[in-house]
Design a protein around this ligand. Sequence first.
Ligand code: ADP
Ligand code: MN
Length: 257
Amino acid sequence: DDLSRKIESKIDKKLIFKSKRGGLKDGFKKGKVINEVLDKPTVMTLYKMITDHIISYVNGAISAGKESVVFWGVENNDVNVALKIYLVSTSNFKKREPYILGDPRFSHIKKGTKNLVHLWARKEFRNLTQCYEAGIPVPRPLHLTKNVLVMEFIGQGGAPAKSLLTSEVDEGDYFQAISIIKDLYHKAKLVHGDYSEYNIFKTDSGLVVFDLGSGVDLRHPNAQEFLKRDINNITKFFHKRGVSVEDPDELFEEIIK
Ligand code: ADP
Ligand code: MN
């Protein structure tokens, strides 16, 4: 109707992408982002975050995954932030359930709960907070509204830092990657659940781990199984890159003992 059209045009103006830098991905133009990728409630949430002065504007798309999109946003003081938006429409509840059910921090959630999307965003925010407070290098969590998570931007000039996958790696990176798994376990009391070369940035000041939505509490019944998988994944990656690695089973035993 007329009112919602008015609101939408207002939103479009407010959310205008102010810069051509940052390179929108192919086929991921601004109109498409606003009109097709994000649903109306999410656009309203972004709009509210702007009128509440949490962010000043959204500057461009960084990544479009199946379940979430990441935008480069800017705060009122011109500081860059990353906005991770969990998509309501495409979210795969069945795939997420195993990472929520069994986590005592979310024990009130019933099996078969329909809208896990806000919960998933809350879970990632909580995991980031636990890590940040434990001194583990993660993007600093800044704000959460519904399915939109705002965190420190890792990278420069709106371009995200390279992941391990696209970086040159050495033994020092391997040691850091392993020490992060250990600190996650012993200090943050978490298992990442999706630990891989895709979810670790390599920056000038060291590795930074992110994408913590799958992270589970150590008391989760599958925590050790997830830990084993995390160790195997990262070990395989460094082995393939010619770094000499510790036996993953021994490493697992060493961590849980
Ligand atoms: P998913 O893998 O679920 O799509 P990620 O959390 O891994 O979501 O983020 C996807 C991509 O978005 C990352 O590979 C990275 O390029 C970018 N990104 C995520 N978080 C940040 C951040 N804090 N700063 C800069 N870029 C980010
Ligand atoms: Mn990821």
